[in-house]
Design a protein around this ligand. Structure first.
Ligand code: AMP
Length: 217
């Protein structure tokens, strides 16, 4: 099964993607995670992406398209994949179509997680990430057992540069301007599936599973 997870920053794409990985055994491909790792390791890619990311701006299309083109060829994508955070612009969506056509593949569903804008700001400003393993917590909704320390690996929790208020505003603007048009793009291809993203994460996941189970085998 080939999936795209769409939705604004803070909609819970990463969380739901993890659950889909566990249930359906297909890899999660998060351009955000790949770029953050590259920044951490200070690779050429990381150096290209760092300034854009810190400000909450999108990294140029050709950079992320290159990442996806390479990643989708890996053997673990044979049985399917979940794209989390890609595509984020119409040119990225068009490039993805060309890449998949070449491989004789197509996207089965675009899961669009819908959350109110005020809720997104609350979620993103409270988010804390483990420096060591990347696990995410929230100071109000999902606090760690020990303040500032990761439950999973005892790593130090920090606030991502792009989870600060100024960058959050930029990210939400970028989403409205560049990414929201993808909703209509995929709706017109009849593969868009809207999922309300407010409330209980288990219920949201079960809703996604019901949608995925409608795929004819
Ligand atoms: P995320 O973790 O998906 O919110 O991504 C974090 C940041 O990585 C974004 O704010 C962008 O700067 C960059 N990024 C991730 N995916 C993309 C993409 N598909 N296109 C452009 N920039 C991206």
């Amino acid at each position: 099964m080939n999936l795209i997870l769409l939705g604004p920053p803070g909609a819970g794409k990463g969380t739901q993607a993890q659950r889909i990985v566990e249930r359906f055994h297909i890899p999660q491909i998060s351009t955000g995670d790949i770029l953050r790792a590259a920044v951490k390791e200070a690779t050429v890619l990381g150096k290209q992406a760092k300034a854009f990311m810190e400000k909450g701006q999108l990294v140029p299309d050709d950079v992320v398209i290159g990442i996806i083109d390479e990643r989708l060829r890996a053997p673990d994508c044979q049985a399917g994949f979940i794209l989390d955070g890609f595509p984020r612009t119409i040119p990225q969506a068009e490039a993805l179509q060309v890449i998949l056509d070449r491989m004789g593949k197509s996207v089965d569903f675009v899961i669009n997680i819908e959350v109110d804008p005020e809720e997104l700001v609350r979620r993103l400003t409270g988010r804390r990430t483990c420096k060591n393993c990347g696990a995410m917590f929230h100071i109000l909704f999902y606090p760690p057992k020990k303040e500032g320390i990761c439950d999973r690996c005892d790593g130090i929790l920090y606030q991502r540069e792009d989870d600060r208020e100024e960058a959050i505003r930029t990210r939400l603007n970028e989403y409205e301007k560049q990414t929201a048009p993808l909703i209509q793009y995929y709706r017109s291809k009849n593969i868009l599936r809207p999922i309300p993203g407010m409330g209980d994460q288990d219920q949201i996941f079960e809703h996604i599973v019901r949608v995925l189970n409608t795929k004819s085998i």
